[in-house]
Design a protein around this ligand. Structure first.
Ligand code: AMP
Ligand code: MG
Length: 340
């Protein structure tokens, strides 16, 4: 049985505290964060960390992010804090930015998949922070989905993937940002973005002066530095195509009539108010924060409707949050992008 603990409406603080103690003692607990829901475990219990990999079906070489709620906890996770991390932490913590630093030797190697660096973040979600405070330990938490599936942004998504498989899910409502944190490597000379996310390149550049994207994000033939970035991710069950550019709606309409003629059940994600015939339509805002917040939910809705094909309009530009949106949705579609 999976117990759902409500932290919306009338929050159940007693149950939250019980789940936090259970996590400290070794249980897995799914928690809401401002990015996506995380599948949490005590970072200092190797068996619990291993259990996360098992339950998610996560590749063993893909290290986890450690979540902390205060800077005292940071010293148990990292061995040193580089000087340039200070202004970055001051500006973006708590928030959707994960920093890669040198690992504390006492942190179990299961967390970092054997690497001598560790990924660490202080979430801004109040429920997540309170949960970590109550647990009193750093919490490893990858996204609370079966590996490869669209990330969970509501407790219902977590339940879809893990009902009966984990003891607790904390319901904190819909994730505010709806896509994962930015991962920034601070161990190399120039800070490197290993994964675009809730904090943008432009925002980081303003604080750090210089920052670059990992070559593996830009060039398909280069191996990404972040182990997780090489895997298939965020994929709905349906085949998916991305459309971007001025004529996106028109091109979607053309492909839709072809798919309808073939008898395919189609889902369309649109950013305009254009009407589409004989298909399921979900509208996402052309405001990037609202688009991101609804994106993974839209993919899961189409899965539930059993569509064969998804045709999704997205942004042409790559500034700000759009870089992260495009990174995720391109992966969801396995790179099938139609420029219009
Ligand atoms: P997830 O928690 O599933 O959102 O994924 C965390 C991301 O951070 C994955 O892409 C990991 O490969 C990446 N990551 C975690 N630890 C490290 C590390 N020490 N070095 C580089 N990337 C890391
Ligand atoms: Mg994930």
């Amino acid at each position: 049985m999976t117990e759902i603990i409500k932290m919306t409406g009338e929050p159940d603080f007693e149950a939250l505290s019980e789940a936090a103690s259970a996590l400290a003692g070794g249980s897995l607990v799914a928690i809401p964060t401002e990015t996506v829901y995380g599948l949490g475990a005590n970072a200092f219990i190797p068996e619990s960390v291993n259990e996360i990999f098992k339950v998610k079906g996560r590749p063993q070489d893909n290290p986890l992010i450690v979540h902390i709620d205060n800077l005292d906890m940071l010293s148990s996770v990292v061995s040193e804090v580089p000087k340039r991390a200070i202004p970055v932490m001051e500006k973006f913590w708590p928030g959707p930015l994960t920093l890669i630093m040198k690992k504390n030797p006492l942190l179990p190697s299961e967390v970092t998949a054997g690497l001598d660096t560790v990924a660490v973040r202080m979430p801004s979600s109040k429920v997540a922070r309170l949960f970590i405070t109550l647990a009193g330990v750093p919490v490893v938490a990858p996204s609370a989905n079966i590996s490869g599936r669209p990330s969970p942004t509501k407790y219902e998504h977590v339940l879809e993937d893990f009902d009966g498989k984990i003891p607790y899910i904390i319901d904190g409502g819909a994730s505010e940002i709806g896509l994962e944190s930015t991962v920034l490597d601070l161990t190399s000379d120039t800070p490197v973005i290993l994964r675009p996310g809730g904090v943008s390149y432009e925002e980081l550049k303003e604080v750090l002066g210089h920052v670059k994207y990992d070559e593996g994000l830009i060039n398909e033939s280069v191996k990404p530095k972040s182990p997780g970035m090489k895997y298939k991710h965020y994929a709905p069950k349906a085949e998916m195509f991305i459309f971007e550019g001025e004529s996106a709606s028109k091109k979607i309409e053309e492909m839709l009539s072809q798919l309808n003629a073939e008898g395919k059940k189609t889902g369309v994600i649109t950013m305009s108010d254009r009407k589409f015939d004989s298909c399921h339509v979900l509208s996402l805002s052309c405001e990037p924060y609202a688009y991101a917040a609804g994106m993974f939910d839209a993919l899961r809705q189409f899965d539930a409707l059993g569509v064969d094909v998804i045709l999704a309009e997205t942004f042409k530009e790559t500034d700000g949050l759009k870089a992260a949106i495009k990174n995720r949705i391109y992966k969801s579609a396995g790179g099938k992008v139609i420029l219009c």
